[in-house]
Ligand binder design. Sequence first.
Ligand code: OSB
Ligand code: MG
Length: 374
Amino acid sequence: MTNQIRIKQVALYAVTMRLISPFKTSLATIEDRNLTIIKVTDQDGVSGWGECVAFDTPWYTEETQTTCLYMMKQFLIPLLMQNSFTHPADVADRFRVVRKNPMAKAGLEAAVWDLYGQRIHKPLASMIGGTRAKIDAGISIGLQQSESDLIETIDIAVKAGYKRVKIKINRDVPLSLFDRIRTVFPSLPLIVDANAAFSLGDIHYLQALAPYNLLMIEQPLATDSFVDYARLQAKLATPICLDETIQSLTDAINALEIGACRVINIKPARVGGLTEAIQIHDYCYKRQIPVWCGGMLESGVSRALNIALASLPNFTIPGDISSSSRYWQADITSRPVEVSDGQIEVPLDGSGLGFDIDENRLKHHTVAMEIVSS
Ligand code: OSB
Ligand code: MG
């Protein structure tokens, strides 16, 4: 086989998967997860799988499943199929002529990474320089009905072995909740995530979190508030972690140069793909800024990619990478992602993602399918 890759076909599966329990953030509640599963096939009949993880509404970032589908069909798939390339990073480069739209790009690029792994018979983690055979698993818990429900949900997560818990917060969460959490779980590694629910005017509340020994406060302020983040971090003992704000390597550089955060949550989808995610990892590694891998309530297709990413050396904090059973009755990968003793094994034997797709289960969840061929 030549080292030239020419994509001949892209199949887009619109799937709906019901979460085991609804996931509530300060801005949205998600119960039915609509995703686009992507299969790319090259001139030699080799295929790879990816996933577009945008939400239905633009509450998290501006992209939605509908905008992504449009961008993929109108611009990105034609670019992808236009001529051959030799490496997935070439695809990331080619996509640069399309401004922004990171989640639309990331799903296609992910499928190309898997395809590339299938061609060279290498697992993704090895291809990108992963250094771990196992990664630590964390869990993100949505807003709950009551404080008691939250304590119980954390307790279940701790007993399941998760090494770090993240809880969602907003302005309605009283500080007394943290007294309660710390009474029951005095030394649990804990993150709070506000999904942009606060403003600089809430600084006293955010400062008052310091005694609770949080690992970090994730995305307290609005997405574009770089300067306010720098002002806040200067007055906050707790490290700020940025999620929504970081949509490219340039955003990461800007944020760190002005002191807007001390940690970065890397999600390949949010930053335009695995290639950009690796670049952010490498940049942070050089600056000794810790990173961890976030999640998007994804299927196993994306989680497999996240597992490989989190095997890189600077992923020193457990990610929001949980077992398939935390999200789904049955995942669409032929074997589920499993957490044992708080860890997930990095696939190092197979090729590409290291997880096959269960095409029957995929079909079961598929509500529409389109094929683009050249
Ligand atoms: O802010 O990290 C977030 C889920 C959906 C959208 C945004 C976020 C989250 C999570 C859960 O926190 C991540 C996961 O477990 O997949
Ligand atoms: Mg977040």
